[in-house]
Ligand binder design. Structure first.
Ligand SMILES: Cc1ncc(COP(=O)(O)O)c(C=O)c1O
Length: 362
């Protein structure tokens, strides 16, 4: 089975071009442009003392912090080595044999499902509807007489379209899933940029709903790997039973405990993203022939003119040591689609300049 290709592989490009990783401008992974919070960096030296011990297999302290932030009991939380680990544990733990995925979306759901032997069907958002989340189509497929899905996967806000399904609509989905005793997995990896849309407060009403969260992007430490899931304690226990021991290292546990308490960083990050995203999008919209989709997250989906392709533009930008995410192989998207992260104003200006020259000389 082929592994999906994700953004952020700066190492491969650095090897190929024989340059240090630091010279690459990476727009292909959607990481907070403010960089890791100073509170996290300061926690590293005290966390280092712990590496002579095995990590806490229960992630007890981190779970206390998360439980407080999410306003749930700690037993409703399972911490993983990045949310990717949890995505891969879910299909077997919850005995998912048929799943409906709301696409086009993060390819790791389909990969994990297929790898665990589950069938995967898509309800795709359409180009004609500006990739608005396909609520109606999902409900239609979910209520089909001849189909039965053990689980529905929703990424909210969705990677790579940037679209968000509002709480009322997710409630409709949760009602439908609950009636059929199907799991509803809501991946909120990018919810920190629109926290009012989180469905965490609805968890107690829907025992089949599971919320996935990632800490790696918002806190700009994807190299450290922490994600978590929140759901009914019985479901959480089933996933936990499948998790290898000590999969979350002690450095990550301690550093993320520190950054979660740093509310000032969270507020500053949201404010920065709001203003820089709209400034960057204005710049992108001024480029002739480029279609720019709205976004509730820290990345933007772009549609190139038909005179060029995502592969061509990606290659040309790579020569300039700029990485963007070619989305053309994602089920439900076309060969014109790329995704770019919103970075700092200076970096974004650089991308705008190179993108503009790529579009002028197809
Ligand atoms: C929607 C979504 N969910 C989950 C992940 C995995 O994140 P991590 O394993 O770093 O927590 C990603 C990574 O790109 C993602 O885009």
């Amino acid at each position: 089975m082929m592994q999906p290709i994700h953004g952020g592989n700066v190492y491969k490009v650095a090897r190929e071009q024989r340059i240090p990783v630091g010279r690459i401008l990476d727009f292909s992974a959607s990481i907070n442009p403010l960089g890791p919070p100073a509170t996290g960096l300061r926690a590293i030296s005290s966390a280092l003392k712990q590496i002579v011990h095995y990590p806490d297999p229960d992630c007890w302290q981190l779970k206390q912090e998360l439980a407080q932030q999410c306003a749930v009991d700690p037993e409703m939380i399972l911490v993983g080595n990045g949310s990717t680990e949890l995505i891969h544990l879910l299909p077997r733990a919850l005995r998912i044999t048929s799943a409906l995925v709301m696409g086009p979306t993060f390819e790791e759901y389909a990969h994990a499902l297929t790898e665990a032997g589950s069938s995967v069907q898509y309800a795709h958002a359409t180009h004609a509807a500006q990739f608005r989340p396909p609520l109606k189509e999902t409900l239609r497929q979910l209520s089909g007489k001849r189909s039965r899905f053990d689980a529905v996967f929703l990424c909210n806000p969705n990677n790579p379209t940037g679209q968000v399904l509002n709480r009322l609509a997710v409630r409709e989905l949760a009602e439908a899933a609950e009636r059929r005793q199907s799991w509803l997995i809501v991946d909120e990896a990018f919810i920190d940029y629109c926290p009012t849309q989180s469905v965490l407060p609805m968890l107690r009403e829907y025992p089949h709903m599971i919320v996935l969260r990632s800490l790696t992007k918002f806190y700009a430490m994807p190299g450290l790997r922490i994600g978590y899931l929140v759901g009914a304690s019985k479901a959480v226990e089933r996933v936990r039973d499948r998790q290898p021991p000590w999969s979350v290292n002690s450095l990550a546990q301690e550093i993320f405990c520190a950054v979660l308490r740093d509310r000032a960083y969270a507020t500053k990050s949201r404010a920065y993203m709001k203003s820089e995203r709209s400034r960057f999008m204005r710049g992108l919209r001024s480029l002739a022939g480029l279609r720019v989709y709205s976004s509730a997250a820290n990345f933007v989906l772009l549609e190139l003119p038909v005179t060029t392709t995502a592969a061509e533009v990606t290659d040309r930008l790579a020569v300039e040591r700029i990485l963007v995410r070619d989305c053309s192989t994602m089920p439900g998207l076309t060969s014109q689609m790329i995704r770019v992260a919103v970075k700092t104003e200076k970096d974004n200006r650089r991308l705008l300049a190179f993108l503009s020259s790529c579009l002028r000389k197809p």
